[in-house]
Design a protein around this ligand. Structure first.
Ligand SMILES: [Fe+2]
Length: 314
């Protein structure tokens, strides 16, 4: 496989696992095209053309130094210049794949957060409320990432002639979908049942060995789960703290997340919503692994690094 084929596969898998469904995503892309046509020539020059094809702008190809056949990939959750150097030391690495966005993908992280409003809507939160509460939060995240050193890792990849891409939301969609199917099938009744169910997943078993297995952040083991929502596994990063009250009103009893801020935890607590934190690197690993299985099927060798616990399910 070539880099672009690997990248396109990630996007395709992400769309297939997306809670919004393929039809809805096609509609969103069509809408972007219509809006693009209305722009002035000057505005079109600045426009990110990739947004017309790719619904996940936090996932990109950053550098193609040599468009060769990819046989061996170095894959990590966070890729910094250190990992670019590591690839050189390891040798014969054809491509580095990051999970978390860098460069242009990082500056567009807030773009994928619109997905959260749709997911909340699927779970019953009226779309006007979900959009109304997510909008200021999306803007807050956009401001927060604006001042970062976006190109640091990309520059290192260019200097060291290293192929580099990332897949963030597509992989998070795969993790969210995997967990949703498992929960729909096993229907855990109490929080302890949910924790035990998560602990059957090898990525979480490995995380538990180093002290970061699935944990209850709000609630107690004997609490009934009620309706379990997977609103916080995908969609960029954490949503608005004001949403918990609305979630409780529409009958959500428990949320599963990768991580949660203190402010959001307090709001969930005030709304009597149980919060189970599955784990960050472990949940990221789960999603990335489901993508990597497809690469392994194509004969590509995987070298995990930077927090990725590689589990093969192929
Ligand atoms: Fe993450």
């Amino acid at each position: 496989m070539k880099i672009k084929e690997i990248y396109d596969l990630a996007i395709r898998l992400g769309i297939k696992a997306d809670f919004r469904g393929e039809k809805e995503i096609t509609k969103l892309l069509e809408r972007k095209k219509t809006n693009y046509e209305k722009l002035s020539e000057k505005e079109k020059k600045e426009f990110d053309l990739e947004s017309l094809e790719n619904p996940y702008l936090d996932s990109r190809i950053y550098n193609i130094a040599d468009d060769r056949e990819i046989k061996k990939v170095l894959v990590g959750i966070d890729i910094d210049p250190a990992e670019i150097l590591m690839a050189k030391e390891i040798g014969n690495i054809d491509l580095i794949i990051a999970h978390h966005p860098i460069g242009k993908g990082l500056s567009h992280l807030s773009d994928v957060m619109e997905l959260q409003a749709d997911i909340l809507n699927i779970y019953g939160v009226p779309i006007n409320i979900a959009e109304g509460l997510m909008k200021p939060r999306i803007e807050e995240v956009a401001r927060g990432i604006n001042g970062l050193n976006h190109q640091r890792t990309v520059d290192a990849a260019k200097l060291l002639k290293t192929n580099l891409m990332n897949s963030h939301t597509p992989c998070d969609n795969l993790a969210a979908n995997f967990l949703k199917e498992l929960i729909d099938e096993k229907k855990p009744e109490r929080i302890e049942d949910l924790i035990n169910l998560l602990k059957e997943i090898p990525e979480y078993q490995e995380a538990a060995k180093i002290g970061v297995g699935p944990k209850i952040f709000v609630g107690s083991p004997e609490n009934r789960c009620g309706k379990i929502a997977l609103t916080e596994i995908t969609g960029g990063t954490e949503g608005s703290p004001k949403l918990y009250e609305k979630m409780a009103q529409v009958g959500i009893g428990t949320i599963i997340g990768m991580h949660i801020s203190e402010e959001n935890k307090k709001e969930a607590e005030a709304s009597n919503i149980n919060v189970v934190i599955a784990g960050h690197m472990s949940s990221d690993s789960l999603g990335v692994n489901l993508f990597l299985d497809e690469l392994e099927k194509e004969g590509i060798e995987i070298v995990p690094c930077s927090g990725l616990t590689r589990i093969s399910r192929k």
